[in-house]
Write a new protein. Structure first.
Length: 136
């Protein structure tokens, strides 16, 4: 599958900005979490939704950000074109909800939930690959 999206799309830019803001100062191995992990997971994506979710896949779990705040940010980024992008926003939010591990959740149950959402499943695969390679 070839890349079919513009990395300067409203949703990608909003997700990138959220990731930079919320993960600022977090470390990954010996470097910056955004640069060494989130951006690498996003770069593995092939669609606007995959790239966007790649950037924000850890924001709810690691940064104590509510899904509603993510939704508001994504919607605001689209401005007057928000109605044209609602399906993508809803897909990204459903993927984010699926990929976010809940406190006390058994890992096997978490993976079962991730597998029920195709977008979350693809991004989780990118996340796992990145973690295995340490993205460097």
């Amino acid at each position: 599958m070839e890349k079919v999206c513009n990395v300067n799309h409203y949703l990608v830019v909003a997700a990138r900005n959220m990731a930079k803001q919320y993960h600022a100062g977090q470390k990954y191995a010996d470097g910056d979490y955004f640069e060494l992990h989130l951006s690498k997971v996003a770069e593995m994506g092939k669609t606007i939704e995959e790239i966007s979710l790649g950037y924000i896949h850890d924001v709810v779990e690691d940064c104590n950000v509510a899904l509603e705040d993510v939704q508001a940010s994504l919607e605001a980024s689209c401005g007057k074109y928000v109605s044209h992008h609602m399906a993508s926003i809803e897909n990204i939010l459903a993927g984010l909800e699926s990929i976010t591990k809940r406190e006390g959740e058994v890992y096997e149950e978490y993976i079962k939930r991730v597998k029920t959402n195709s977008l979350a499943r693809r991004v989780k695969q990118h996340d796992a690959e990145c973690n295995m390679k340490r993205c460097i």
